[in-house]
Design a protein around this ligand. Structure first.
Ligand code: GMT
Length: 386
C-alpha cells in the first residue's frame, strides 16, 4: 500500500503515534510518505527505503497576516498523491489535517475527472487523538469545519472508547468510528538493567529511596502541580525522588511549588529528552493525574517497563490503567487519594511485584505494535475496499 501520513512533527502524543505507525508500516513493506512542516521527531532514527518525508513549504506575503498552512498542506498532499500514486492519506490529529486531506481529495477528483487520467479513488482516514476533539475542536472557530471534515473522512479511528463516544455525542456525528488504541514497540520500550542504569539509580537515590516519574508537555490539563503535591505526601511517608521529563507552560510554576513545599532538593526537572528509557528503567511508579487524557501514551510507555501507574480517572485512562491491577485510579484532583494509593503500593513489596507484572503483561498483550499495526492494516483494506 502507498500511504501518506499527515502529522504534527514536534513532541506530543499524536505525532509520536503517527511516526511510530509509519515506521512499523514501512517495515512491513508499505510505502510511507510523511507530509508535515518539518521532519517528525522520531523519524530520524535510521534510514528506510520505504519512507519519504515531504516538507510543506510556507511562503510569506505581506497580505497574509497568518500562515495559510491548511491550504499549503492540501496542495502538498495533491502533489505527493499524484507523483507517488497514494492509495490513502492518514490524517493524525483532525485539525487541520482532516480538512486539508478532504480538500486534497476533492482537488484530485476534479483533476482526474477533467483530464480523464490518474487515480481519483484516494481515501482519507482520520485518527482522532484527544485535544483535537475534547479541547481545540470545540472552539466555535473550528467546530463546523472539524465536524464536516470528520464526516467526510472515508474512515475514522479513535484511540479509546471514551474518545469515540465523546466524538459521536459532542459533535453529533452518527458515523462508525473504529477504536484502535495507541501501541508500543516492545523492543524499544523495555526495562533495561545494566551498569549504566544501576549507576544512574545509585547517583540519584540514597538509602533505597523510591523513584516516581512523570513525563508530559506541562500543559495545564496535565495537572503537573498535582504531581508535585502527590510527591510531597508520598515523600513524607516513604523517602523518594521525583523525576520530571518534558517542558511547557506550567514548568516554572511547578519549580516554584516544589520549593514552596520544601521538596525542591528531591525533585529533578530534566526538560525535554529524546529518550528516557534509562529513567523508566529505574522508576518505581508513574504518576498521571491529568484533567483530560484520551489514552495516556506515556503511561503505556511506563507500563511496558513494568512500572505501575497512579492516575486520575480522566477520559480513556481507565481503559489503560486497571484500578487495583496495574495501578490505582482516583478522581481528577484527588491528590490525597492518589498519594495514599502511591504510598500503600510502594510500601507493600508483594503487591508492588504483582502490579508491576500486571502492567507489563497488559502492555504486552493488548498494546504491542505486533497486535495493533495489523488492526490499522485491516482497517486500511476495509476502507479501500469500500
Ligand atoms: O495532549 C497531549 O499530550 C498531546 C496530544 C496530541 O495529540 O499530541 O496527546 C493526545 O494524543 C495521544 C496519542 O494518541 C494520547 O495518548 C493522549 O492521551 C492525548 N492527550 C489528551 O487527550 C490530552
Amino acid at each position: 500500500m502507498k500511504i501518506g501520513i499527515l502529522c504534527y512533527p514536534t513532541y506530543g502524543g499524536s505525532g509520536v503515534v503517527a511516526t511510530e505507525l509509519g515506521i512499523e508500516l514501512a517495515a512491513r513493506g508499505h510505502e510511507v510518505h510523511f507530509i508535515s512542516y518539518s521532519m517528525p521527531m522520531r523519524l530520524n532514527v535510521s534510514f528506510s527505503d520505504n519512507i519519504s518525508f515531504h516538507k510543506v513549504e510556507m511562503s510569506s506575503y505581506p497580505l497574509f497576516d497568518f500562515p495559510l498552512y491548511s491550504i499549503a498542506l492540501a496542495s502538498k498532499i495533491v502533489e505527493v498523491a499524484k507523483f507517488n500514486g497514494l492509495d490513502l492519506v492518514h490524517a493524525h490529529y483532525a485539525i487541520p489535517h482532516a480538512t486539508s486531506a478532504y480538500l486534497a481529495r476533492e482537488i484530485i477528483k476534479e483533476e482526474v475527472l477533467s483530464k480523464r487520467k490518474g487515480n481519483s479513488n484516494i481515501k482519507i482516514i482520520t485518527t482522532l487523538h484527544g485535544t483535537d476533539i475534547t479541547l481545540t475542536g470545540l472552539e466555535i472557530s473550528f467546530l463546523p469545519t472539524l465536524r464536516f471534515s470528520i464526516k467526510q473522512s472515508d474512515g475514522v479511528t479513535a484511540v479509546s472508547e471514551f474518545l469515540k463516544t465523546k466524538t459521536q455525542s459532542q459533535y453529533d456525528i452518527n458515523k462508525d468510528i473504529r477504536v484502535i488504541p495507541n501501541f508500543i514497540n516492545l523492543s524499544i520500550y523495555k526495562k533495561v538493567i545494566n551498569k549504566e542504569t544501576e549507576c544512574l539509580k545509585e547517583k540519584l537515590t540514597k538509602n533505597s529511596e523510591k523513584i516516581l516519574v512523570h513525563t508530559s508537555n506541562f500543559r495545564p490539563l496535565k495537572r503537573v502541580d498535582d504531581v508535585i503535591r502527590i510527591f510531597k505526601k508520598v515523600n513524607d511517608e516513604i523517602p523518594s525522588k521525583l523525576l520530571l521529563i518534558g517542558d511547557g507552560p506550567e514548568r516554572s510554576k511547578c519549580e516554584y511549588l516544589a520549593k514552596d513545599l520544601g521538596v525542591d532538593d528531591k525533585v529533578k526537572f530534566y526538560g525535554e529528552q529524546e529518550s528516557f528509557m534509562e529513567i523508566l528503567s529505574i522508576a518505581d511508579l508513574f504518576l498521571m493525574p491529568s484533567q483530560s487524557e484520551s489514552f495516556g501514551l506515556s503511561a503505556l510507555e511506563a507500563m511496558a517497563c513494568g512500572v505501575p501507574v497512579v492516575s486520575s480517572n480522566a477520559g480513556g485512562l481507565p481503559e489503560l490503567n486497571l484500578h487495583g491491577e496495574t495501578g490505582y485510579i482516583a478522581e481528577i484532583g484527588d491528590v490525597d487519594k492518589m498519594a495514599d494509593y502511591a504510598t500503600r503500593l510502594l510500601g507493600d513489596h508483594k503487591r508492588y511485584k504483582i502490579f508491576s507484572e500486571n502492567a507489563l503483561e497488559r502492555a504486552t498483550n493488548l498494546f504491542s505494535a505486533e497486535k495493533i499495526i495489523p488492526e490499522y492494516e485491516n482497517y486500511y483494506e476495509e476502507v479501500l475496499g469500500k
